[in-house]
Design a protein around this ligand. Sequence first.
Ligand code: AP5
Length: 236
Amino acid sequence: MSDANKALRLVLLGAPASGKGTQGQTLAAEFGIPKISTGDMLRAARDAGSELGKLADGIMSAGKLVPDDLVIRLVDERLAEPDAQRGFILDGFPRTVPQAEALDRLLAERGAGLNAAIDIRTPRELLIERATLRRTDVRTGQIYHLKYNPPPDSAELVHRDDDREETVLKRLDAYDTMTAALVPYYEGKNLLRHVDGVGSPSEVGQRIRRALTELTGVTSGGSARLEVSRGGANES
Ligand code: AP5
């Protein structure tokens, strides 16, 4: 295997609040590669008051999707950074078929395509509960949940604007209308595994690791070898 083939280049799919960020954070630390979240990048642009941030703010608060060309440009720039040459985990991108096609082109130009896509499947009622009770520590970026993963007293918590129930429902609809089409897109490329998102974060994480091992054979790089047997249950 060449070095490029040993790197994990993963897309995490799943409806809002299915656990992409939670799982992506853990996997990124294990594999020593960046988690690239377009949602986080857009929120950072909004907080910085940039033109992109101002435009994205209203769209995100309405539970809609930011135009493809803007997020594609953000991802193109981010993938060019040195840390992404070791591999990456994309969280919340792509979200439309044109974004997925653009990603394929960007990666083909760099000579190292995706090697895995994981679809985290979670029932709608649970998604609403996970989103509305989510809180994030602004200082560390750590994701908490008031019921399932309570924050420590020291955390400086924010409640995302778009995590109010009426907006969550719109985001779920946007997922069904625009993003669910990526499931057949990646199935057609033999890159996709479905993983049950119900259970504790560590249970879901184990399912993802098994699926990744089956799909790629890639182990968490360098010092942290992924300790997962190859005989795990098939999640698809
Ligand atoms: P984005 O930030 O990407 O939001 P999202 O996809 O809706 O996903 P979330 O961040 O809501 O959830 P998650 O799956 O990461 O779940 P998490 O791990 O936090 O996008 C926001 C907006 O930006 C979009 O609506 C759009 O406007 C715009 N945007 C972003 N990317 C775009 C793109 N590519 N194109 C166009 N527009 C774009 O978990 C949720 C909660 O559940 C947490 O509280 C967590 O602690 C808890 N939890 C997680 N796992 C478990 C578990 N197993 N058991 C119990 N609780 C759990």
